[in-house]
Design a protein around this ligand. Structure first.
Ligand code: NAD
Length: 254
């Protein structure tokens, strides 16, 4: 099995529709050991049963907007596992008001919030977890095409994803010296809690079916399978990349 015995930390499961859920499912299917973070007690109530269902070894609190919380979570993981092989960042947040209407109306606070939770969080996690990650480890973050193209209502989240993808490249340089790879998976649109906050997102799905080379939307299973590749030794020479899992939509023009 591709991930036999590898220890994977999964940040960002909210429910069984989450991309992180699909990734954890595939990791387990390929022999990985998994542990799940939750941001607060409300999410813990959903994550604990999911962890049980997927054979997670433990769950732990981590609010990625707090360096203290991130450091505490790393200390707990160190106590439980000693080290780790895979870190999945599948976390994002922006104010609903900033995911509709005009980007030009984004407030300074809304901009900071989106960039902090959705982009800086990857830097913060890498900083805290680098000492735990073994040579050969793989870090991956979830991104979206809105980073490089203006997508209706994606607005400040597109800017946050651009910063996230740039961070992936800089972190890949820093952590490459320790043989830790850092990549992003750019998923096509999927119905989740986070995407339901983007105004009019539903109308995208029909468009993808019509235009994407594969003629269908992707699933969390599709993303999970590519995550297995990036996490495994099959991707030993791949870092700093944005890998699309979007039925080929990003490659098309008129
Ligand atoms: P989701 O709502 O299931 O997951 C988002 C997660 O972020 C939740 O578990 C939430 O608890 C967590 N989170 C929010 N604020 C946090 C904080 N301060 N600390 C810790 N965790 C926090 O939605 P999803 O669609 O699975 O999103 C996962 C990732 O995939 C996000 O980065 C999202 O931008 C990205 N993505 C989603 C799509 C899509 O269409 N759904 C497409 C491309 C990329």
């Amino acid at each position: 099995m591709l991930l036999e015995g590898k220890k994977a930390l999964i940040f960002g499961v909210a429910n069984d529709k989450s991309i992180a859920y699909g990734i954890a499912q595939q990791f387990k299917a390929h022999g990985a050991r998994v542990a799940f973070s939750y941001v607060n007690e409300a999410i813990q109530k959903r994550v604990d049963p999911i962890s049980e269902e997927l054979g997670g070894e433990f769950t732990f609190q981590c609010d990625v907007s707090s360096d203290e919380s991130v450091a505490q979570s790393a200390a707990l993981v160190k106590e439980k596992w000693g080290d780790a092989d895979i870190l999945v960042h599948s976390v994002a947040f922006a104010n609903r008001d900033d995911l509709k209407n005009r980007y030009i109306d984004t407030s300074r606070d809304g901009f900071h919030l989106a960039l902090d939770v959705s982009s800086y969080s990857l830097v913060s996690l890498c900083h805290a977890y680098e000492p735990l990650l073994k040579p050969g480890s793989s870090v991956m973050a979830m991104t979206y095409l809105g980073s490089t193209k203006a997508i209706t209502n994606y607005n400040v989240m597109g800017v946050a994803k651009a910063a996230l993808e740039a961070s992936v490249r800089y972190l890949a340089v820093d952590m490459g010296k320790k043989d830790i790879r850092v990549n992003a998976l750019s998923a096509g649109p999927i119905k989740t809690l986070a995407s339901s906050g983007i105004s009019g997102f539903k109308s995208i799905f029909a468009h993808i079916e019509e235009r994407a080379p594969l003629g269908r939307n992707v699933t969390t299973e599709d993303v999970g399978k590519s995550a297995v590749y990036l996490a495994s030794d099959l991707a030993s020479g791949v870092t700093g990349e944005v890998h699309f899992v979007d039925s080929g939509y990003n490659t098309t023009g008129i």
